[in-house]
Design a protein. Structure first.
Length: 245
């Protein structure tokens, strides 16, 4: 499994970094108890922290908004989508919306959590084991994470400019449009996916979070699927990674 990045991205965004993990021959069918436990744990943490401070993820989300704008890409990052949907399902009103509706509450101290909040929530819907770990990772670390089905592992994943748009492609198919905003129709993860490449996009000021997310997800996937996981990092030339597994 291989991924290759257009070096112009790194020239345009100093400090751009990519955490990578690769895993092969996973069984992504049904309910995986370890993946389910991680999803629930991430929900528990997010439920509690977002209830105390609904805007806590905004500084992290804003990093991706600025990068997309800087690169001339339109859309909403996967991170922002997951956080926004989660907050909506929890019934957390956005600050500006709350002000307009007169629901905004100024807290002099963090709100005490009740038992239900500590017990967690299933507001993050179950998808499949791989995506449950990926989406849980976004809730926990506030970094943008994408997973790709690498098929027979022979075709490299390409992150490249196509006109004014940055696309992630596998062969002739588009996997993600507008860099990391919109899913295409290729390399999508489903219950039949076996060979997986995960890309965690970050920048100079959140690279520690990217590294932490990569390491955590590698451990979780190794445990969940009982398979070896290879990790990588792209930050300097040649801006590519090839898994040996």
């Amino acid at each position: 499994m291989k991924v290759v990045y257009d070096e112009s991205l790194f020239d345009t965004i100093p400090g751009l970094c990519i955490g990578i993990l690769a895993i092969r021959a996973v069984d992504n069918r049904g309910i995986n108890l370890d993946a389910e436990a991680f999803r629930r744990r991430c929900c528990t943490e997010a439920n509690l922290l977002l209830k105390m401070n609904p805007a806590m993820a905004e500084p992290d989300i804003d990093k991706y908004r600025k990068a997309l704008t800087h690169m001339g890409q339109k859309g909403t990052s996967a991170l922002e989508t997951v956080i926004s949907e989660y907050k909506k399902d929890l019934g957390i009103v956005e600050e500006e919306e709350a002000k307009e509706e007169g629901k905004y509450e100024i807290l002099s101290a963090p709100k005490a959590a009740n038992l239900d909040e500590l017990a967690g929530s299933d507001a993050l819907p179950r998808v499949n084991p791989v995506m449950d770990i990926v989406r849980g990772g976004m809730l926990k670390f506030h970094v943008d994470i994408h997973a790709y089905d690498m098929g027979d592992r022979k075709t490299p994943l390409m992150v490249r400019k196509e006109g004014d748009e940055i696309v992630v492609s596998l062969g002739n198919g588009i996997s993600t449009r507008h860099w990391f905003c919109e899913d295409g129709d290729t390399a999508l993860i489903d219950e039949n996916s076996e060979n997986i490449l995960v890309l965690i996009t970050g920048f100079a000021d959140n690279r520690k979070k990217v590294a932490a997310a990569r390491n955590e997800l590698a451990r979780r996937m190794k445990t969940a699927f009982d398979r070896s996981v290879e990790t990588g990092w792209i930050e300097v030339k040649p801006y590519e990674f090839t898994a040996t597994i």
